[in-house]
Each structure stands twice: as C-alpha cells, then as structure tokens.
Design a protein around this ligand. Structure first.
Ligand code: SF4
Length: 734
C-alpha cells in the first residue's frame, strides 16, 4: 500500500474562467473583510476570494463571503418599479418617473394633511455611506420629517447610547490589533466564531501566539464559550448585576487604577456607593454566577496589565442594553483600560455598515456625530447645505421601534422603507403587521421585491445591492473601506444613490441644496465637514482606501499632507488624558441600579427563549436563504433544547414542537444539545414568521432597542408530525 501526498488525488479547484478581479468589501457583517469578485469572459461574477494584503482578513473569508457573488442573480430581485392603489391589489409595472412622482406627492400630501412628522423614513445598516449621507441630507434638509431612523436601532443602539453616556460620543475606541496586546479578555454575549468568524480568527491567532485568559459571559454554551478559560452562564438579563459585583470586588480590594480614575473620570464616589450594594454573595443569587467565580474574574481582569472587553447582541438586545454597555465602560475606566494597546471596550458591530449610518446618516442627529440638540451643529450644517437652520428640529424624533407604535396610534400615516424588512426583523410581528395595514401609503425600496414588508407597499422601487454600487463602509474598528461596482443592477433596478438623487430633485425644485451625483464626489464633501471632528476623514479619498485596503478614522488632511502613512495595524481613541468628548474631557462613571423589568419564565411559560444567529445565515435570510451553499446547512427553523428536557417531555431529535409565548406561537424542529440548560431553548432568528412571532417588544429606556434575547415560552408536543412538517414548510415559503 502506498502512502503520502504524491499518491493522493490532488485537490482541484474548478477553473471558473476568471479574466478579471474586482475589489469590494464584504456586504454582510461589520468585520469588514476585503473581497475580490472574479468575472468571467462574459463579465459575469463567478467566484469570490479574500484579499491577501488586507489588514482585516489577510486573505480569509467566511462561509457568507465566499458565496457573496451568487447574490447578484439570486431569486426575487426587483427589476422594474411597481405601483398599486391599495396594498392588497395586484402590482402593475410602471416607469421610474411615475413611481418617484407618486412617492414625492404622497409625502407632501400626508405632511400637508397631518403635519411634517406624520411621514416616517426607515433605512438600514446595509447601504453605502455616501448613500446614507445623501438620504440624510434629503430627509433633514428637504423633506423635513423628524421621524427618521435606521434598523440599526435593532442591533447597535445600546452600544451607541452607552458610548455617548460614558465617553460623550459614539465611536468604538479599540481595534482588532488589541487582541495581540491584551492580557485578559471578557466577551459579553458575543459568539464570535459564528457571528464574526474572521474577527474570531484574529482573536484565536493572538491567543495561540501569546496565551491570555478568555472569559465568556453567556447563558448558552456558545462556540466561543467552548473555547473559554472561564464560562459564566449568567441568568438572562442580569449583566448589570454581574458588572456591579465585579466592580464591588475591584473597589473593595483596592484593585482599581486610582491615577487613571483621578485624571480622566468623574463620578467615582457615586459609583462606589452603588456597587457597595452588590457584594458577590447577594449578586450571585440574582445573576446565577457563584461568588468565588465573581471574585476570581474581578481579580483576573483588574490585575491584568492590559484587559479588554468585547460585546455583541447579548448585551445590546435587552431592557438594560444601554446600562450593560455603560457597565462595561465603567469596568474599563476604573481599571484604566481605555486607549491603550490591549485595554479597551470594543463593541462588535452587527451589519456591514451600521457604523457608516451611525456616523453619517443623520438618523439620530446631523452628519459626523453632530447633534440636533446643539445650536452650533444645526447652524454649521444648515449653512453648509444651504438651508434655513430653523428647518431642523431641535431634538431627535422617534426611534424605529417607536415609529410602529405611532403608526398604530394613527400619528404616522406614511412610511418609506429602505433596505429593511420590519415584518421579519421587529419583535411581536403580529403587532407590526397590524401597524403596516393601517398605513395610508408605504414605499418599499429594496433589492428584493419578495420581502415580507413589500406585501404592504403601494410603490416598490427596485434597488441595486452591495457591489452593484460604489461607495464606502466603516467596520467595527472604524476602518473605512471601499466597494467598487462589480456588475450592474438587474433590469431597470438602480443604485440607491441614484434613487435618492432623483427624489431630491423633486423636493429641490429651485436647486438650492446641492446634491453631488457620484460617490467619490460625495465622499470629498463628507471629508470636508469632518475636519477637526472625532471621526475626521479629511485625509482620505476612494483611491487611498482601495490602495490601503481600508483606513481607520481619524486620518486627517494634515497627516496626508505631511505624507504620514495611515497606520497599518490598529489605531485607538482616547489615548491622551482627558480627551473624552464630554465638555470637560472626562469620561463619566455612572451608577447602575438594577431594576428587574423583563419577562421571566413562570408556571405558564416556564422556559427561557434565547434568540441569535447562525454562521451560514444573515439576518432575515432575504439573501442567504436564496444561496444554496448557505441555505443547505439550516433550511428549517429549529431550537436547541437540552436532552434532559427532551427526555422528560418525550421529544426525539428531529421532532417538530410548538413554542408558545404570550404573543403567538411557532413550529420548530427540536435539536437536542447540551449547549443550552434545561430551562432554556435557543432559536435562530433568521426564519420568516418564526422567532419574532414569539419575542417581546419591551424596549431599553435609553436606546429603544428591543429585548429580543429574553422572553418566556412553553413547549407543546405535536402529535401529528406530518401536519407539523407541512406547517413548518409553509412558514419557510419566503
Ligand atoms: Fe463577510 Fe463578515 Fe464573513 Fe468577513 S466575517 S466574509 S465581513 S460575513
């Protein structure tokens, strides 16, 4: 018998006939991987590969990125504008002018009849930054509704709110390179290997080179928890209690960094008084982590020369989401772990350009973190755009989650949805459905015409997707990278930027407000109003971004003029003393009393429902559900369920069961696993008409983000498995 490589069949990668590679940055998650799409001789995208000299992903892509080129001709793409009188009528095709005129006329009719804010606009974290900026200018500068938000309220609003409360501004202070310098990492509600696989690979590589403790806080034994040195299976919704207990130990044992606190923060006395109430013994009864482990983690974190924390939706999607972020920041601040290599609090962002919308969309204010509440910011932008500053509202309007309540109450009558699908992504979908049915007018602008929300539209505008367009995105570590058009939108579909510019023409008949037409021109306009601000991008342009495979902000005009190269590794915020964005330059230490205001399991609904993501799918599966190589891994809605609970209830692997919450019910397949405890099920939220039939619409008081991750259900056995399979298949029809 022969052994050895020379006698094995060599692995052959099929020759796809690529004649040209085009550069882009991945359009799924916020990791920001540089990607090249291969075109064949007919100009068709046939393959994708990671870019080897890109600092973020160094040639790698995850399962979603590898098949991203298959998006372009996936099923359900919109190719022509559509219109109808009532949302339940049949669609009729139309031309762009007719569709855009109708959108303009309906906005002005509704505003004229019910007031300026009776028309709402909701966008996304999926578009390109120049598109966000243009939409913001159109909405704030010409249309004039204050009820304008993005679907980023569903994923990152708590991070934004927490950063603002602690540091005086949004903007994650750390970078991926911090993994290479840290001596201790706490991951709060973040399952990197499945949610952000390439960031996980950066972490894993750093840990292989230089061992440091990894502590994972998560009620579920996630993939990251399996690799942890310490896993804290916390009781859902009690992160603030654990954070207070950790700070209790640190302050009681004198492990804090007094010099840093003295020089850079305010509020230590108030914080000390609050955390004094959370001794480990008391806290352990609430958060479910034993007191010795609390002490061990507190000491390990505080004694590390550099310690960092990351978090994702496990913190953000809670009624205490914003407080959870402030708690993380408090821990970093009292131990002097902000602005130094390996010492940071780094939110791991969700959507590919959620950061771009935070920086430039004007949803929560005005461009580049300017505030509607600040008269100087209003004046500066009004002058720059050429509008009357009194046209701006003096405070932000409703968040996305409150806009639906206002529709329900009859205060909002019209809605323009852009690249978002609330029928799938908002909690308590039965309530959202009723709100959508009440609208007098709804326009859906999306690359897919078969989204659930398009059912309620009167006008459908077919848009380009991802690399059918040109523009930039900002990733989790504030790195801006550029997307080049790989191909054209199908049929008569148009890039979102083109659509916004055409709508702007209809509201800007005197041409007073200038709307540059191309993404590179718009980028230069944005750069010019970024000078001297936290997110200063004045030294960048599209060419530089492609050449460097992304550049982190800030990178200023002065740096560029001096010939200073953008740093290749990592760049941090708040590296100098008292440079936080509160007026006195100090960060705020904010006491966090814990109020248990969430739904918890009881006799009628005895099981925790935990929701989250799978590596192969993206959000509502609008994209990945149509890509065979992604969809095949999990085409059926399922729950992770503990084998002991299965044995007790007589549930076998593969059985369909019914989950029932106070809102509604859903049919899912049972997958027994020890990853969840006996009193919890985990349900991936990707499937249409499933998780969000059950989830609770409770909102965080600061960020208005929903508590998707904590609610209560009961499990019912289904005798007729054939009928259950049929019903489950019906749910997957989208
Ligand atoms: Fe795309 Fe995120 Fe995967 Fe990178 S990790 S390839 S950015 S989905």
């Amino acid at each position: 018998m022969l052994f050895g490589r020379s006698h094995k069949n060599p692995v052959k990668i099929a020759d796809k006939g690529v004649v040209e590679w085009k550069y882009a940055v991945c359009g799924y998650c916020s990791t920001g991987c540089s990607i090249e799409v291969g075109l064949n001789a007919e100009g068709r995208p046939v393959t994708s590969r990671g870019v080897a000299d890109a600092d973020v992903n160094r040639g790698k892509l995850c399962l979603k990125g590898i098949f991203e080129h298959e998006l372009f001709d996936s099923a359900g793409r919109g190719t022509v504008p559509l219109m109808r009188d009532h949302w339940h009528d049949e669609w009729a095709t139309t031309d762009w002018d007719t569709a855009l005129d109708r959108l303009h006329d309906e906005i002005r009719r509704i505003q004229g009849q019910y007031g300026r804010d009776s028309f709402a606009i909701i966008s996304t974290g999926q578009m390109l930054t120049e598109e966000f900026y243009t939409l913001g200018k159109l909405t704030r500068g010409l249309i004039g509704t204050n009820n304008y938000d993005g679907n980023t309220t569903l994923c990152m609003a708590s991070a934004v709110s927490g950063y603002k409360r602690s540091f005086g501004s949004d903007g994650p202070p750390g970078c991926y390179e911090d993994f290479e310098h840290t001596d201790c990492l706490i991951a709060w509600g973040s399952n990197l290997p499945e949610q952000h696989p390439i960031i996980y690979w950066r972490l894993k590589e750093a840990m292989e080179k230089r061992r440091f403790p990894l502590i994972v806080v998560d009620p579920r034994v996630t993939m990251l928890a399996q690799f942890a040195d310490i896993h804290l299976p916390i009781t859902p919704g009690t992160d603030v209690v654990l954070q207070n207990a950790l700070m209790h130990v640190i302050l009681a044992e004198g492990l804090e960094d007094r010099d840093y606190i003295e020089a850079n923060t305010t509020g230590i006395d108030e914080l000390r008084a609050e955390v004094a109430k959370y001794d480990p013994t008391t806290a352990s009864r609430i958060c479910g982590i034993d007191e010795d482990t609390i002490r061990l983690v507190a000491r390990t974190f505080a004694r590390a020369p550099a310690a960092m924390q990351i978090w994702t939706m496990g913190i953000n999607q809670s009624t205490h989401g914003s407080d959870g972020v402030v708690g993380i920041n408090n821990l970093s601040l009292i131990t002097g772990n902000i602005g130094k290599p390996g010492g940071t609090s780094l939110s791991i962002t969700g959507q590919c350009n959620a950061m771009g919308t935070r920086e430039w969309s004007s949803c929560s204010g005005l461009p580049n973190y300017r505030l509607l509440e600040n008269p100087e910011d209003r004046k500066e932008i009004a002058e720059f755009w050429g509008i009357d500053e009194e046209f701006f509202p003096k405070k932000r309007g409703l968040f996305q989650t409150d806009i639906y309540h206002a529709i329900e109450a009859g205060q909002i009558k019209g809605l323009w949805l852009i690249a978002t699908n609330p029928m799938s992504s908002l909690p308590n979908s039965a309530r959202v459905r009723k709100a959508m049915e009440k609208l007098e007018f709804c326009c859906v602008q999306d690359c897919y015409q078969d989204s659930e929300s398009a059912q309620y539209a009167h006008v459908f505008l077919p848009a380009g997707t991802w690399a059918e367009k040109e523009g930039v995105m900002t990733n989790t570590e504030r790195r801006i990278n550029v997307v080049k058009p790989v191909t054209q939108p199908p049929g008569e579909a148009k890039p979102d930027l083109w659509i916004f510019n055409q709508v702007a023409k209809r509201f800007n008949s005197d041409g007073k407000v200038k709307f540059p037409e191309t993404a590179p021109e718009i980028f230069l306009e944005m750069a010019s109003i970024s000078k001297g601000r936290l997110a200063d991008i004045s030294g960048m342009n599209h060419e530089l971004l492609e050449e460097k495979r992304g550049v982190q902000w800030p990178y200023t005009e002065e740096q560029a003029k001096k010939g200073e190269e953008p740093p290749r590794g990592g760049k941090r915020l708040y590296t100098e003393p008292r440079t936080f964005r509160h007026p006195d330059g100090r960060a705020r230490l904010i006491p966090l009393p814990f109020i248990d205001n969430n739904e918890v399991p009881d006799e009628k609904y005895p099981i925790w429902l935990n929701t989250g993501r799978l590596i192969e799918h993206w959000h509502g599966r609008t994209k990945t559900g149509k890509i065979g190589n992604n969809n095949k891994y999990s085409p059926i809605p399922f729950i992770e369920i503990n084998p002991d609970l299965c044995a007790e209830m007589g549930i076998r692997r593969g059985d369909y069961v019914r989950l029932v919450s106070r809102r509604s019910d859903a049919i899912v397949m049972a997958q027994p696993t020890q990853r969840v405890p006996r009193n919890m099920v985990f349900l991936p939220f990707h499937f249409h008409d499933c998780a969000n039939r059950l989830t609770l619409g409770l909102l965080d008081p600061h960020s208005r983000q929903p508590a998707y991750k904590q609610s209560a259900v009961r499990i019912e056995i289904l005798e007729d498995q054939i009928e259950a399979a049929r019903l489950s298949k019906e749910m997957r029809a989208f």
